[in-house]
Design a protein around this ligand. Sequence first.
Ligand code: UD1
Length: 376
Amino acid sequence: MMMKIINIVGARPQFIKYFPVSRAIASANKNVSNGIKDVLVHTGQHYDYAMSKVFFDEFGIGEPDYHLNVGSGTHGIQTGQIVQRVEEVLQKESSDAVIVYGDTNSTLGGALAATKMHIPVAHVEAGLRSFNRYMPEEINRILTDHVSSLLLCPSRTAVNNLGKEGFNNILNDGELISRDGMKMNIDVNNPVVINVGDVMFDVVLHAVEIADRKSNIIEKLGLKGKDYCLLTLHRAENTDCKKAFENIVDFLNDTIGNRECIFPMHPRAKRIYYDIDRKLRSNVSIIEPLGYFDLLKALKNSSIVFTDSGGLQKEAYWMKVPCVTLRIETEWIETVKSGWNVLYKNYTGSHVLSGRESCYGDGKTAERIIDIFTTW
Ligand code: UD1
């Protein structure tokens, strides 16, 4: 019988993370008669073209099998509706496993609905911790990890975090798992922690050459040959509090100086920006959110990136662009240890670079994940 996996996505970074997994499923299916049926559920947490559909178009992901149209709302409303509507899908589709990604309300809602129906949950990007429970993402991560059966970690640090929370079934001593010899039973009562690497690294390796070829963002924004900065800002802890947002604006105005800067503005930041007293300097150009290939190309050609996005911190690291993280802590501590990423409170105007280790896998994370299912 064909195995059926339900992939649950809903927010911008999840469309990107799902892409290599869907590609790995399609490729595994080529060699066998009874492969994996890949069912895609879009919760509808993100719904603007620039926050959602553009990624489906760019990566050639087909229409989701289910679109749940949850939309925006308070955490209770949004998460509650996701649980309810995912449950309805799971009642219709008898699936062998559910895959959830990252740390959004769609991650938690999907994981909760599945686990209550005794369907094993695989959590891609398990084990990340900021140790800051004021972040909604931290709550989502902790709860999702503790109801998952397969905890698919992007790094050794993530494995260690789970070890400290009592998970003791850790494969390969927490080192990156090899692609053979992974046969295991997936048992909801015995969660397994596996270092598979980071799916985002798979995506960057795939997309960087396409971005170079396809994107004309540099010409479009008139950035050719310019020493420019890239800025993104969307975390609730920065954008839901005027004082926090103003502090960051002050920091950016001091630090960016007269350099050209482009700021693809997330809807959450837009909501507060026009309401605060401080304004960014006129050399900061506020533009609409970018698609993935445009963003990657804009990043690759920039001299420095200022961001509170987790994905961008790592993409900057992989593309050798110095990063200043606009948060008080980060989960991606390897990028900070290497000197390529600095928390903004510690930034003194330059980066002190040290060794750059490859700490997030080898670009074959999605294949590893699908190996686990095909040998199950
Ligand atoms: C969510 C995730 C965050 C992730 C981010 C990526 C949670 C708790 N947070 O935050 O971890 O980094 O996605 O972007 O799940 N809005 C639009 N158009 C859209 C979507 C949202 O205008 O397509 C506006 C709405 O006003 C909404 C606000 O943006 O209230 C925030 O949307 P929300 O669903 O809360 O998610 P993000 O802030 O994007």
